[in-house]
Design a protein around this ligand. Structure first.
Ligand SMILES: Nc1nc2c(ncn2[C@@H]2O[C@H](COP(=O)(O)OP(=O)(O)OP(=O)(O)O)[C@@H](O)[C@H]2O)c(=O)[nH]1
Length: 833
């Protein structure tokens, strides 16, 4: 077998062409329109002046190409600017507290408005819209939608307050960024679902949606900046498809034969797309083909193409597609493949038959096929296969470029034209409407370079070429520019609706926070004043109560002796003179205990007063809970007799024997009785005092009298005194003990100590309660201050959010206006002759 495969060139190592996407600043100084057209070059001055002025087709085409290049560049810049805006939103969502989020209506009536306005929200949808969907215009006409989103009667939506109802309606118009949620089989409104989600979760969903949009913008950028446009040439067997390609190229590239010779799709491209190298790449799997990866194709020598194709037909080779890179030697304005604005690749396909019709129809439906050229033989008209293909393709490609070839073989040309146009009318009404530009009766075989030999191409073929180029440009507008424009309009409309709704909500939240701040300030000041006032009153009340308790305790304890003296007569039994000493002991013990009881009584009274005062204190602080008061009272020191030194008191009250004779002053006979008393007492007085007593009596009555009356008188007096002492002993002892107690109270520190102790306990309780109240006030004030700090931060964030969303809106608005200015609809598609 002849080797038609050539050695692989180093083209695979060629530098990878990188589609750098410059980030466009959104500064007003760098408006999209002012950016240089760096992507698609406009026709050069040389090229512009080189086209033949006398050729109206060329002139018109030149203008079309200029317009197309301009639109492409504007759209490319707008895609980049929009992408920059979306990335800015995403970045802000991560770094700033004011996230762009999908607003939910808290007000059910507003939610109802939103849901009614958008039946789609009730739809049980799967997830987000597909990219295909979002390239399509929304239900509203573009102009109307853009107007609705961006303008108000005053010219600027932010000049007038937009009611929430209209916001709800506008949110229902979201296209690209609409979060379409689904829960089970229930037709739950989006708004309800969204309200159930955390704000962060919504922001996350929206972020994912924006990220998806950024990717889609990248794809659109690639599509718009891709200068290549594919033209599929199909038709019946032997209709002259390969001949037409060769005639258009003005080179014999593809083999031409009477018998079927094209059995695979042959794409003819400009060699510039292969680093300027002419080459044929035979591809087994078109999906994995990569021009820079030699493993994905086999190189075929262009001179042996015919042999290779025959081998494919004969089954010696098994390939699905050919890429033929060849140099177009025609001038820029004449070249179909490479004209500076759009690079056209011609794809010759196998002739249609029952087996290939569906494959070719599928191929024609591919997104990158901009134009389908159907070649029909003037001799055969439309065959069944041809009709079947056109019916299949009609849904996708409403306009088909039809070349009626081999027209030279027809004698009755008018009749042929009439019959074929009639057939076209049946097969593709749209094509028939524009038959003047879309249906061409030519003889490609007469236009081959070997026939022309450097001469002029026939006028009908020239017209075919220009119409084809014009048609490709128009289709490119529709297939590449229109989706980009529609998508940009959709995404920018969504961004402006979202930013405006976020701005409104931020403004509402800001107003709310400001109001709260405004309302909170007097409350805060009032708390500060109240704290000072209450604590001052508490101090005063506590001090007054302490003073009262102190004086009350002192008075009660000081005056307690009389009561104690009266009480002991019933409490201490008198068991006769023989038990006088025991009686005396009992007296001091009982008196000391009674005094302790009196101290306890003072404590109880102090507690009551303290409790009442604590109540008053808490009432002052408007504190209903009094739980702490009873707790506070336990702080009172336990009544402990040892604390008031009862033992010591009892010792202080102990009687001496002389205390028994406190009656002597009253009677004046104390000295007489003294001797007798000594006899009754087991506890004798000193002799010195006894002799002294006797001497006193002698001096008073005289010696003789004394001698005469002495014995009886002394005896009688002694007896009387004895009786008196015996009778008064009980009371005398009580009085004496009470006197001692009184003297002890008056001269000692016991009353002072007890009053101080009780008052100190009370003061401690007051202090603890005052501390508690102060603490509560402190907490209240701290809570106020914390809340105020949060509100101030929220207000600051809110202010910045309002500014930020306003700026986003302005940017989206400005970009949308630029996008709207790019007219992608070709108003007059006709090529004027
Ligand atoms: N008379 C005449 N013959 C033509 C014309 N164009 C092509 N032919 C002849 O028609 C035959 C088929 O031409 P091809 O270009 O191979 O046709 P095709 O449609 O590519 O064929 P397949 O790819 O095999 O389907 C060749 O012998 C051509 O010379 C023409 O305009 N006039």
């Amino acid at each position: 077998m002849t080797s038609y495969f050539s050695t692989q060139h180093s083209s695979a190592q060629a530098a990878q062409r990188r589609n750098s996407l410059p980030r466009l600043s959104m500064d007003s100084s760098e408006r999209p329109h002012s950016i240089a057209h760096h992507v698609l070059p406009s026709l050069s001055y040389a090229a512009a002046t080189s086209f033949p002025q006398e050729n109206p087709y060329n002139h018109n085409l030149f203008l079309q190409q200029q317009v197309f290049a301009d639109k492409s560049n504007r759209l490319l810049n707008l895609i980049q600017s929009t992408k920059g805006l979306l990335e800015e939103i995403r970045e802000t969502n991560v770094t700033k507290p004011w996230q762009t989020y999908y607003p939910c209506f808290q007000n059910s009536s507003i939610a109802a408005v939103a849901n009614t306005a958008s039946p789609n929200l009730l739809r049980r949808s799967t997830t987000f819209h597909s990219d295909e969907d979002i390239d399509r215009p929304s239900s509203l006409p573009l102009q109307q939608r853009v107007q609705r989103s961006f303008t108000t009667s005053s010219g600027s939506p932010r000049d007038s307050h937009t009611p929430l109802e209209s916001l709800a309606g506008r949110l229902s118009d979201l296209n690209v960024l609409k979060l379409d949620l689904k829960v089970g089989n229930y037709a739950t409104g989006n708004d309800t679902l969204l309200r159930g989600l955390e704000r962060n979760a919504i922001a996350h969903l929206l972020d994912a949606r924006i990220q998806q949009s950024v990717k889609h913008l990248d794809n659109l950028y690639q599509r718009v900046s891709d200068k290549s446009s594919k033209v599929l040439i199909t038709g019946d067997l032997n209709a002259g498809k390969s001949t037409l390609v060769n005639a258009l190229m003005q080179r014999t590239i593809l083999p031409v034969d009477q018998q079927p010779c094209t059995s695979l799709f042959c794409e003819v491209l400009d060699a510039q797309e292969n680093e300027g190298q002419e080459a044929v790449h035979a591809i087994k799997d078109p999906l994995t083909y990569n021009r820079e990866d030699p493993n994905t194709f086999t190189v075929v020598d262009i001179r042996h193409l015919e042999k290779f194709m025959n081998d494919v037909i004969d089954g010696y080779e098994d390939y699905a597609q050919l890429k033929v890179y060849c140099t177009d030697r025609r001038l820029v304005n004449d070249s179909l493949l490479h004209n500076g604005v759009v690079d056209i690749a011609l794809i010759d396909s196998p002739g249609l038959n029952r087996d290939s019709v569906k494959t070719t129809a599928l191929f024609a439906r591919q997104q990158e096929i901009d134009v389908v050229v159907f070649v029909v033989s003037a001799e055969n008209h439309f065959t069944l296969s041809g009709k079947e293909f056109l019916w299949n393709a009609a849904n996708e490609k409403t306009h088909i470029f039809i070349v009626v070839n081999r027209f030279d073989s027809i004698r009755d040309k008018e009749r042929c034209k009439r019959v074929i146009l009639d057939q076209i009318k049946q097969l593709s009404a749209k094509t028939y409407e524009d038959a003047d530009e879309l249906v061409h009766f030519v003889s490609a075989g007469s236009c081959l370079p070997e026939i022309i030999q450097g001469g002029e191409l026939p006028a009908d073929f020239l017209r075919l070429e220009e119409c084809l180029r014009s048609f490709v440009l128009e289709k490119r507008c529709k297939s590449k520019l229109a989706p980009a424009k529609v998508y940009l309009e959709n995404i920018l409309s969504d961004v402006s609706v979202l930013s405006e709704s976020n701005r409104q909500m931020a403004a509402e939240e800001l107003a709310k926070v400001r109001l709260e701040l405004e309302r909170g300030e007097p409350e805060y000041q009032e708390t500060l004043i109240r704290r000072e006032m209450v604590l001052e009153k508490v101090d005063r009340l506590a001090e007054e109560t302490c003073t009262l308790i102190d004086s009350m305790t002192r008075e009660k304890l000081s005056n307690s002796v009389d009561d104690i003296e009266n009480a002991v007569s019933t409490l201490v039994p008198w068991n006769g003179l023989l038990h006088v000493w025991q009686y005396s002991n009992d007296l001091r013990y009982v008196m000391a205990d009674l005094f302790v009881d009196r101290v306890k009584s003072c404590e109880s009274e102090a507690k009551e007063k303290t409790k009442a005062c604590v109540n008053d204190i808490h009432n002052l602080a408007n504190d209903a809970s009094s739980g702490s008061q009873s707790d506070a009272l336990t702080l009172f020191t336990k009544p402990d007799p040892a604390r008031i030194s009862t033992g010591k008191l009892k010792d202080e009250l102990a009687l001496e024997f002389s205390d028994v004779f406190e009656v002597q002053d009253k009677l004046g006979v104390a000295s007489v009785s003294l001797g007798a008393v000594t006899m009754f007492s087991s506890k004798a007085l000193g002799y010195k005092s006894l002799i002294h007593s006797l001497f006193d009596i002698t001096n008073t009555v005289g010696m003789s009298t004394v001698r005469k009356w002495a014995v009886p008188v002394v005896t009688a007096a002694g007896l009387g005194l004895l009786l008196y002492i015996a009778a008064d002993m009980k009371h005398a002892l009580a009085r004496k003990t009470a006197r001692k107690l009184r003297a002890h109270i008056r001269e000692g520190t016991i009353v002072h100590d007890e009053a101080m102790r009780i008052t100190k306990d009370c003061r401690r309780i007051f202090k603890s309660n005052a501390w508690e109240i102060q603490n509560r006030f402190q907490k209240e004030i701290e809570a106020h201050e914390r809340r105020r700090a949060e509100q101030e931060k929220a207000a600051k964030d809110g202010e910045q959010a309002v500014i930020y969303f306003g700026k986003v809106f302005d940017k989206a608005d400005e970009l949308a206006r630029w996008v709207a200015a790019v007219e992608v609809e070709v108003e007059d598609r006709k090529v004027k002759a």
